[in-house]
Design a protein around this ligand. Structure first.
Ligand SMILES: C[S@@+](CC[C@H](N)C(=O)[O-])C[C@H]1O[C@@H](n2cnc3c(N)ncnc32)[C@H](O)[C@@H]1O
Length: 453
């Protein structure tokens, strides 16, 4: 679908159709290749290290990068880098990569995937076998300390499983995996949901709801994950020379996070920002964060993990930030009016409810944040370079928010032209206000922006 197919007035009902053939060549859609429709692939090399719920598959990103027709050795950016799916796809295509990710643990994972494997040491699988033998012999001692684990962690596993997981964790934390420390950590974190006996599917962890574990033997499953990581690292052993790969743990709104990339040096961007759908990236990884000991309370989660994330959930919203955002957005012309119109409708919907959620406070803060990221992205990108963003629309309380379109319009205020707006998949949900039922489904879209000169 061309951007011109979307109704002129932002926020109005868009008639979403699927014409994928667009000027400049057909854009690949997920499902047309091996790329999963949604979520990080559980089978692709590197993606399978850890299933981050918000990701897309690297083979799909590879097809998007191919569409950009970048010369080898280009620099690709992702300001919402997640677990570096764009990064691994860019490396495979022979490009440098620069990503920014606000979630500290996920940024660590992304960076780990992009660095060369440790050399001149015991192999990862040999190290892991030694760890497993030691963990078995320490299991009895670990059992005595299970009451020190958080409530969430204790309720997600049977005692024999948790004893093995914690003894392995304590060995790794104590440095027993040596050069393989982070690889061992992520092989273990990837194992947790495989062996849990409570419902820990993404994004919600429901320790009160039992299930049969997908895999019974935690140490065996850990070794299997180690073998995948080792296989992927071997496949990538020929580390491309002269290219740089980096995931910075930071906030892509702030100029400081972009310090390592020169202005005008990036030739492409493939990214997916948080959607306006109340999805909480910190909460989604609560099990791993509590298990590893990164956080021990909700307050700590908010102060350390969520601190640099842009506001996309009502739990992150505040009156002050929303007021400030509404005033700052005023300089963005017509798109600011469209956002203000949405905010007013959402305020009305909130106030007619007894405990209405503060979507009206999330929306201005979210779009101001997106504008700030686009401003940094515009500085980093070469004139003429393209950015592909995957993003969904939403309809809290039946108020339709055409997020992809509003992002495209903000981008036009910030040095980009809007080239394409394509429906990728329908999300099977019709949006309805209190009084009307509109015949429009929510969808996930791909917008293509071009840096103007
Ligand atoms: C839709 S996900 C992208 C996932 C990624 N494409 C992948 O494959 O793993 C959006 C990501 O943006 C991150 N994020 C949120 N606010 C951010 C900010 N201000 N700066 C950088 N990253 C941020 C979230 O933590 C989340 O990982």
């Amino acid at each position: 679908m061309l951007i011109s197919d979307v109704p002129k007035q932002a926020g109005a009902a868009a008639r979403l159709v699927d014409p994928i053939a667009v000027p400049g060549g057909a854009l690949p859609v997920p499902g047309s290749g091996r790329g999963r429709k949604h979520g990080t692939s559980q089978t692709e090399p590197f993606d399978r290290w850890f299933r981050y719920p918000a990701g897309f598959a690297s083979d799909y990103v590879a097809s998007l990068l191919a569409h950009l027709e970048l010369p080898k050795g280009s620099t690709v950016i992702d300001p919402f880098a997640g677990s570096a799916v764009t990064g691994t796809a860019a490396r495979r295509a022979g490009h440098s990569f620069f990503g920014i990710e606000a979630h500290p643990a996920i940024a660590e994972l992304g960076q780990l995937k992009l660095q060369p494997a440790p050399q001149h040491c015991l192999s990862f699988s040999e190290t892991a076998k030694q760890l497993v033998t030691a963990a078995e012999s320490l299991a009895a001692a670990s059992e005595a300390r299970l009451n020190e684990e958080s409530d969430l962690v204790r309720r997600c596993f049977t005692e024999p499983v948790l004893t093995r997981l914690t003894s392995l964790r304590d060995l790794i934390r104590a440095g027993a995996a040596e050069e393989w420390h982070l690889h061992a950590k992520w092989a273990l974190l990837g194992t947790l949901r495989d062996v849990a006996s409570a419902r820990v599917g993404w994004p919600y962890q429901r320790p009160g709801s039992e299930r049969k574990p997908t895999y019974a033997d935690p140490l065996g499953r850990f070794l299997q994950r180690v073998s995948w990581i080792e296989e992927d690292l071997k496949q990538q052993s020929d580390f491309p020379k002269g290219l740089d790969f980096k995931v910075v743990n930071g906030d892509s709104r702030s100029q400081a996070s972009w310090a390592e990339i020169d202005a005008g040096s990036a030739q492409g961007c493939v990214s997916s920002p948080p959607y306006l759908n109340n999805f909480d990236y910190a909460d989604a990884t609560r099990l791993e964060l509590y298990f590893w000991g990164d956080v021990s309370s909700w307050a700590e989660m908010c102060s350390s993990v969520r601190a640099e994330m842009l506001t996309a959930t009502t739990q992150q919203s505040s009156v002050g930030a929303a007021m400030n955002a509404r005033s700052e957005l005023r300089s963005y012309g017509d798109v600011a009016k469209a956002i203000e119109d949405i905010v007013e409708k959402l305020t009305t919907e909130r106030t007619v409810r007894r405990r209405g959620k503060e979507y009206d406070r999330v929306v201005p803060d979210y779009f101001l944040a997106i504008a700030q990221v686009l401003e940094q992205l515009a500085t980093a990108m070469q004139p003429g370079a393209s950015a592909i963003w995957l993003v969904g629309d939403s309809a809290p309380y039946g108020v339709y928010i055409d997020t992809p379109r509003l992002i495209s319009e903000l981008a036009q205020e910030l040095g980009f032209s809007s080239e394409k707006d394509v429906v990728l998949r329908r999300r099977g949900q019709r949006w309805a206000s209190n009084t009307t039922r509109h015949d429009v489904e929510l969808s996930e879209r791909m917008i293509v922006l071009r840096r103007t000169s």
